[in-house]
Design a binder for this molecule. Sequence first.
Ligand code: NAD
Length: 258
Amino acid sequence: MGLLTGKTALVTGSTSGIGLGIAKCLALEGANIVMNGFGDVEGAQAEIAATGVQVAYHGADMSKPAEIEAMMAFAADKFGRVDVLVNNAGIQHVANIEDFPVERWDAVIAINLSSAFHATRLALPAMKAANWGRIINVSSAHGLVASAKKSAYVAAKHGLVGLTKVTALETATTGVTCNAICPGWVLTPLVQKQVDAKAAALGVSNEEAKKLLLGEKEPSMQFTTPEELGGLAVFFCGPAGNNVRGVAWNMDGGWVAQ
Ligand code: NAD
């Protein structure tokens, strides 16, 4: 029997990258999974179903509060309630502030920050009633320190760390905890785009661009993996995590230690 057998985890943006990795680790602990996100939905669902748990999918656009409400109602209807909520969906846009498209700013804030507020406010009543729940916000090293050209992303990820702390305080006397995970570089489609942009801008190979990207930020010169991040999520869900509240835990190869 797994740590999460009989429980349900909803992971936003779980059709790819970090969300898919975390969903798989929670499924390996026995949690039924509600998936969300775009792209190769069927492939991602099959990957989770292969662990033997029940899988459901809702295609809510996390920039739209009404669709988030529909997703949370769908999860409650399907599995009774959401025990573990992983707010992971996110996008990036890279530009100087004066050139930053207003529509991109709004989208990054909506998907990377406001969606976590909406999913959290909708998940909390049932978690509090059950006196058990785990809310895990996927922030970033950019939730702790900044980089140029990432104003919306850095603002959203710092905001997510703030939301994590408030959620932890408001649940402090209950069996519900809320914590943030702050990854450094993880080689997902979101980061591959930035590798491609660097390779094109500098006229270097893909491998060279990866080294340059890591070298700018990560003393370890290694990408963090979705599985490593999933391991931390499992720790937050386990009994040793019962009184871990409001932390923003970086897994970043030393990025913010500098
Ligand atoms: P990814 O592009 O591989 O996955 C993003 C997921 O979010 C996908 O499932 C996508 O379909 C989904 N998504 C995007 N917009 C959505 C929307 N409007 N509604 C619903 N789903 C939507 O990216 P990733 O690297 O796995 O990123 C996952 C999270 O991790 C993001 O919040 C990102 O900011 C964060 N993060 C990533 C890194 C990294 O290096 N890759 C580092 C730190 C934090």
